[in-house]
Design a protein around this ligand. Sequence first.
Ligand SMILES: [Fe+2]
Length: 462
Amino acid sequence: MTQANINDLNPYLHGLYAPIKEEMSVDKLKVEGEIPRDLHGGYFRNGPNPQTPPKGMHHWFDGDGMIHGIWFENGEARYRNRYVATQDFQANGSNGMPGIFEPSRAVSGRSVVYKDTANTDLVFHNGNLLALWYISGQPVAVDASTLETIRTESFDGKLPCNISAHSKVDPKTGELVFFDYALYEPKMCTGTVSATGELTHFQEIDLPGPRLPHDMGMTENYVILHDLPVVFSEQAIRNRLWQIHVADQPTRFGVVPRKGGAPKWFEFPTCYVYHVINSWEEGDEVVMAACRMVPNGLKPNPEFGPYAAMADVLALRAQPFFWRMNMKTGEGREEQIDDVLSEFPVINNEFSGHKARYSYHVIFEDCIEQRFSGLLKYDLSTGQSARHDFADGFYGSEPAFAPRVGATSEDDGYLISFTANMNGQSEAHILDARNITAPAIARVTLPQRVPAGFHGTWAAGV
Ligand SMILES: [Fe+2]
């Protein structure tokens, strides 16, 4: 079998996931319904979009980062999409950095051994979007009005490490609270960059071995680092098993003072967590809500050939849990919130790090491919949820919560998601976050298909 037809079997290069070719800028998009006039700002979503057809074995996570943005103002909408011009992207393959199905490549002076795509996540900090990568790479500052890459961000050359996807912005202080991890070294790092871009704190945390976390928690005074029983393994990846090597050890969460200090570690039954819902402080407890992985219970599809194992791992299924960590007694408690399967949780980011009542998760179509058929809105105080199914065969992206201009309560705002159907049509759907079971209040026709991707965010007033 030649490499070309190997990728004919790769489900994450076709259909909802197929890369697109054009970078577009289109104003005054067609709308069905009405865009609320108190919706002002941009919804942005990052994801993989290989610039050229992959020649060898290709993991969905390897694609070059592309950001899709839609801006709303005065009841109108405009759209753009642009690649994230990381240093590896600008080298356009000439530096030969590999994807994760290939052997890593050590390069003197850099810690990243795979192609750094910044394709995973977005945060809005100091007036710019920062595109972040799940293997922890160089953050890329992107203009929130044009999506043009501004620079590889080093914070005036002071950043001593990489920054992982799912680093967070504190909505009260405007600080970027970041973490970094290493594929081969037994450590993680965490630190803070001020609202104006000055590195104000940095520390390293020793671990028993290298770990592969995906997210972190942030509260007013702490970060919560994840020491999960999963490590990176090139051998496993080449056997198409991705990173999964579950060591015989518990899950640990390390609560680290944001201004510096030793972590306090809490042990819990073994599990893996991709995405944190939110974290906060409550009395003596630091509480983290997150999606705890469960077996997907799906049948691998042999038609995917060498990509069957990759697809199996990507069909991530999880349930929401609380982990409560008592900083005085050192005791930890794990509590299940619900048994419904969901993932890609978001909240009103103005409540990030503080107790929030509501979270919004994607729900999955019952198939081995990762398709988001709807959304759940959780009331975390009761575990009750309300459901929205995307209309007419459309599948969604991770949504973002956009507070209504003049909002008076936590859920007073809109949920926005890019959607696509199997006919190659895409729309942005705007839901009333207070009533998500209702049909979308506006469906905005997009000028091209937005491929399924990773994480989204909202930036007000841009
Ligand atoms: Fe993620």
